[in-house]
Ligand binder design. Structure first.
Ligand SMILES: Cc1cc2nc3c(=O)[nH]c(=O)nc-3n(C[C@H](O)[C@H](O)[C@H](O)COP(=O)(O)O)c2cc1C
Ligand SMILES: [Mn+2]
Length: 494
């Protein structure tokens, strides 16, 4: 495990493997940064580091696509793996397994240090000016400049017992106000509600450009009352370093590029959005009222780097830094319920709309359940858990399928799921209100029907007659496979 302690250390490692493209040509925060970053996702090209931004002080920079995927052979998930301290060549299954295993460890709370690089510049009171930072208008039609697309929001319960770190977007309203999504079932929404109950605004700190593991855990839906900061410590086997904020009683990662502090209003809202979203769409022309963040201080490193995610069609960081950690959380939860689950994965192409669960081939013997019972059990566990909030469709299959191989998953779903009885509905479940399949009435109440697609072998199949795969590996005897492999070039193939 390699603990990278700042965004800059992370960028240096990415440079070593050719995953950063420095751009010295002047670019515009108005749409151009968004379009370049979008195209870099499409081409799986290196992450753009914008060094020269029109109308912005020299030295202020933007890093696009910090957790995008790569076209380099074997390095598809390298930004995710490196962020999480793993070998750049780590597979999707290894990444998920590491995160899930760490959920069994004792939390290691962060360590308070006197100061850190995030304090190199301090803006208080009238000096506060969000507009100095290169927050972009990302997509055509966005409602404003988005300063937070992958920053960590620190929020604490009034009794100080639970400190939550999470990601939710924020748009600039003016030099010292922002508005953003505070969804009721997210921990930010739950903690905001506790402060509202006391008729008080909620102190917050937004840490932008933090050490690279932090966004992956801020995007991970661990249960209520679990401090993400302590989980990261457990994951890395080492406490994170944090420093005290200037104007609120909170702590933030010491090497953050930019820290924005203040109060999230319990009464005031302002129009926010629309913005291109993780599902791959923008709700054209639709803004809605969101709680207002009042900023009392900004601190930042010299020559700060603002990380920017261009949410939209897969693959971007919503899919890698929310979807993959969410899959790890589901794997952990299903195992806690003693189900013989081998892996969980949110195929990146599905924009966190599908979660695949693979079962040990012997699951019937190990659980004494039939397929219908297993599906009900899995539905109850996932959809009632905090992580289940954002997951609308679950595919359950046996582990002859590699859930990180989307072609295999699609084939298994197409061929194994019964068009009638294979689709099992779970009505009126709590649901993030962003997917475009939701009806207006469902969006209003953050509720939807969810489904599990049963792609398991059928209960009635006997071991002699169950359909066997016809792949090269399963469809021919070992000696024939070996003969073919050994003679491959002799047949004339290059
Ligand atoms: C890049 C990125 C952007 C995200 N944006 C939002 C958002 O705008 N609103 C939201 O509710 N969740 C968003 N999420 C998902 C949440 O961060 C995720 O559900 C997380 O578990 C929330 O934290 P919590 O479990 O402490 O509530 C985003 C995740 C990532 C990685
Ligand atoms: Mn949380």
């Amino acid at each position: 495990m390699k603990h990278l302690k700042s965004l800059r250390e992370y960028i240096d490692v990415l440079k070593e493997i050719g995953e950063v493209q420095e751009i010295d040509q002047e670019v515009d925060w108005n749409l151009e940064i968004g379009a370049i970053t979008r195209r870099s996702y499409d081409l799986k090209a290196p992450a753009p580091l914008f060094n020269n931004i029109k109308g912005i002080e020299k030295g202020f920079r933007v890093l696009g696509a910090p957790g995008g995927v790569s076209r380099q052979p074997g390095l598809y998930l390298s930004r995710i793996a490196i962020s999480l301290g793993l070998d750049p060549y780590a597979s999707g299954q290894e990444i998920i397994e590491k995160l899930a295993q760490a959920r069994l460890k004792t939390l290691i709370p962060p360590k308070l240090v006197q100061t850190g690089s995030c304090k190199e510049n301090i803006l208080l009171g009238n000096q506060v000016d969000l507009l100095r930072f290169p927050a972009p208008i990302i997509h055509a039609g966005d409602g404003g400049r988005y300063i937070n697309t992958i920053g960590t929001i620190v929020a604490q319960t009034p009794d100080k017992k639970w400190t939550n770190w999470s990601i939710a977007r924020m748009m600039i309203l003016d030099k010292n106000r922002m508005a953003g999504i505070v969804a009721p079932a997210q921990h930010l929404g739950k903690i905001h509600a506790m402060w509202k109950e006391l008729d008080k605004p909620m102190p917050f700190a937004l840490a932008l450009g933090v050490e690279p593991a932090i966004p992956f855990v801020s995007g991970m839906p661990v249960p209520d009352f679990v401090d993400e900061s302590g989980f990261i410590g457990a994951y890395l086997d080492e406490a994170l370093e944090v420093v005290r904020c200037e104007t609120v009683d909170l702590e933030v990662p010491a090497t953050a590029e930019i820290v924005i502090e203040g109060l999230l209003s319990h009464t005031e809202t302002a129009p926010e959005g629309p913005m291109g979203e993780y599902a791959g769409y923008i709700w054209q022309g639709l803004s809605s009222n969101k709680p207002v963040y009042h900023v009392s201080a900004i601190t930042y490193r010299n020559d700060p780097i603002l990380p920017v995610v261009v949410a939209g069609e897969p693959v971007e960081e919503d899919h890698t830094a929310w979807g993959l950690p969410a899959a790890a959380e589901v794997l952990h939860e299903l195992r806690q319920h003693n189900l013989p689950v081998t892996m969980c994965y949110t195929p990146l192409e599905t924009a966190v709309h599908w979660l695949v669960v693979t079962m040990d081939m012997e699951w019937r013997e190990k659980t004494n359940l039939n397929a219908d019972q297993l599906i009900q059990e899995i539905g109850k566990i996932i959809f009632k858990s905090h992580v289940g909030y954002g997951i609308p469709k679950v595919l359950v299959m046996e582990n002859d399928i590699d859930p990180t191989n989307t072609a295999e998953v699609v084939w298994a779903f197409a061929t194994r799921c019964h068009p009638g009885t294979g689709e099992v509905h779970f009505p009126m479940e709590s649901m993030l209100n962003l997917p475009v399949f939701l009806r207006t009435d469902e969006k209003k109440v953050f509720m939807s029907t969810k489904a599990i697609y049963n792609c398991l072998s059928q209960d009635s199949w006997t071991s002699e007659h169950r359909p066997r795969r016809t792949s090269f590996r399963e469809g021919w005897p070992k000696e024939i496979q070996e003969r073919v492999l050994n003679n491959w070039h002799a047949y004339g193939y290059q």
